[in-house]
Design a protein around this ligand. Structure first.
Ligand code: SAM
Length: 229
């Protein structure tokens, strides 16, 4: 049984996919998809020996070694063209780490551009969307879920012929998330609003000149207020 966060990410993996789950840790995601006969083949990539061994043990215990290949290596280095990967999941890391894994993959020609990317950043969503935009990935879906009092975004993207042109607000709040604001979305930005107001109050009390920072936080507050009103 997958956590809600991983189940949501898994729901965007196309049927019969050849999946690469990067930073797989316990390999729960590829194991669940394989057991449900949703995917044809998977690679579980891990850069740290401990989680790599955990993933290997899990795959062996479930008798899935003919369907899931557990590989030790950094990011997309574990992939080869012959693997014919059609979907990549990278979940449970910071957005800038996910972006740097993808950037390395581009530098080393490890991405064919045919893979659907299913990404679940814990933080740094702006940085990740910005990377996707600059590499002509179109965001095709987004989810915001809450589990154990934590909120998680899932971003699904595919390479596009056209250059993508997202606004700063799209990158910050989410292209789809901001256009159809859910109760969780409003809650998330209400709590960010509260944080910004606290920051503003302390900036205003500062003995040094903070006028530039104050203006910036005030702009941010106004933007969020308009978004969730
Ligand atoms: N994907 C799982 C999930 O969402 O539940 C595990 C998330 S866990 C917090 C992050 C995992 O990514 C760790 O096991 C870590 O070793 C691995 N990791 C971090 N950087 C990596 C990289 N550059 N390449 C492969 N794995 C990496």
């Amino acid at each position: 049984q997958l956590s809600m966060r991983l189940a949501k990410a898994a729901s965007y993996v196309p049927k019969k996919a050849r999946l690469a789950d990067i930073g797989s840790d316990h390999a729960y995601l590829p194991c669940a998809l394989t057991l449900n006969q949703q995917i044809e083949f998977a690679i579980a990539g891990e850069v740290v020996i401990g989680p790599f061994q955990t993933a290997k043990d899990q795959v062996e215990r479930l008798n899935l070694t003919n369907k899931i290949d557990v590989r030790l290596g950094n990011g997309l280095d574990v992939l080869t063209i012959e693997d014919e990967i059609t979907a990549i999941t990278i979940c449970g890391m910071g957005g800038s780490l996910i972006a740097s894994i993808l950037e390395n993959g581009v530098q080393k020609n490890q991405l064919s551009g045919k893979e659907r990317l299913i990404l679940q950043p814990n933080i740094g969503e702006y940085t990740l969307r910005n990377w996707l935009m600059h590499h002509s990935y179109q965001i095709i879906a987004e989810e915001l879920i809450e589990e154990d009092q934590k909120k998680y975004e899932i971003i699904v993207a595919e390479k596009s012929e056209k250059k993508q042109n997202y606004s700063n607000q799209d990158l910050k709040y989410g292209v789809f998330l901001k256009n159809t604001p859910s109760a969780i979305f409003i809650e998330k930005w209400k709590s960010e609003l509260k944080k910004s107001r606290t920051i503003l109050a302390s900036l205003k009390k500062s003995s040094t000149d903070q006028s530039e920072k104050i203006q910036q936080v005030e702009r941010e507050i106004k933007e969020i207020e308009e978004l969730i009103q």
